[in-house]
Design a protein around this ligand. Structure first.
Ligand code: ATR
Length: 284
């Protein structure tokens, strides 16, 4: 049975456009129920060009906070009054919290979620141990590049179809990032400790990336931010080659944990199988 909404119910949510497919309500509400917290987590789909007005309506603490997803991560950063260093470096926010004085704080937990997913599914992966290749140069890629450099990766190779975009990201994140064209991915994979797909290629209904994973060292970890399907063509190929793999669902769950703490002031209970629940929802 659902717990009753009371006068003390803490409200948080996710904003995206579209948002109906988001797994965040399922994850957060499962944690809330298991932790016995009087809280609720809902989804909002503001008009694509009215995000700022939407957020202004929440200033002052109407709700505790908001996760932000496509296409609002960049605008979320730009309208915040306080920005965390990691959100600044990622040039995007996936978490807004509302102060009672009207201020909005922006943070980004995607990078932490990525590193946590790597630690869980590829134990022993050390970002400091060697170069990492990131496929893509959009917002998701920039967040991954920023997190990897901050975690001590000696070099991050940004491999993108449009080289100019990779160069722009490399220039923005600073020392340690280099741009490589997608058609020379084989060279970019030389000696890497990990390959991370931060493009939407491989998503159900979209063509997969055709990159020479065999050019990676046998010890390399292959990670895909796409989680629908859970085993993308890239991860299937990596597994065929005997490479360790990390899936995007783990990253989604791990980026949600620090958001939950920011909204409800508690760590998510460990004994809830949110991964199993999310997998069921993905199959439906
Ligand atoms: P997001 O903010 O989610 O990262 P984005 O800004 O639209 O999304 O970026 C998408 C990234 O995926 C881009 O790097 C894009 O490559 P281009 O810069 O060349 O457009 C990459 N991408 C998407 N589909 C791709 C495909 N089929 N093959 C190669 N790269 C692809």
């Amino acid at each position: 049975m659902k717990p009753p909404i009371t006068g003390r119910t803490l409200v948080a949510g996710v904003a995206g456009q579209p948002v109906a497919h988001s797994l965040s309500p399922l994850i957060h509400n499962a944690w809330l129920a298991a932790a016995g917290i009087d809280g609720v987590y809902v989804a909002f789909a503001p008009d694509a060009d009215r995000f700022e007005v939407f957020v202004d309506g929440l200033r002052g603490g109407a709700i505790r906070g908001l996760n932000v997803t496509i296409p609002f991560k960049e605008v979320a950063l730009s309208i915040a009054d306080v920005v965390s260093p990691r959100a600044q470096k990622a040039a995007a926010a996936n978490l807004l919290t509302f102060e009672t004085d009207g201020r909005v704080t922006a943070d980004n937990t995607d990078g932490a979620g990525l590193l946590m997913a790597m630690a869980i599914q590829a134990p022993g992966f050390d970002p400091k141990a060697g170069p990492v290749a990131v496929l893509g140069a959009g917002g998701a890629a920039r967040g991954a590049v920023a997190a990897l450099l901050t975690a001590g990766a000696p070099q991050v190779r940004i491999v993108n179809r449009t080289l100019a975009k990779a160069e722009a990201v490399a220039g923005a994140v600073g020392l340690g990032a280099v741009a490589c064209p997608l058609d020379a991915a084989g060279r970019a994979f030389d000696g890497v400790t990990a390959v991370i797909n931060a493009t939407s290629a491989g998503l159900t209904g979209q063509p997969a990336l055709d990159v020479p994973l065999e050019a990676t060292p046998e010890t390399a970890v292959v990670m895909d931010m796409v989680y629908k399907p859970l085993e993308t063509p890239l991860l299937a190929r990596a597994r065929q080659l005997g490479r360790r793999t990390v899936d995007g669902l783990e990253m989604l769950i791990r980026q949600a944990a620090p958001s939950f703490e920011a909204f409800y002031g508690a760590t998510p209970p460990a004994d809830v199988d949110v991964r199993g629940m999310a997998l069921d929802a993905l199959e439906r």
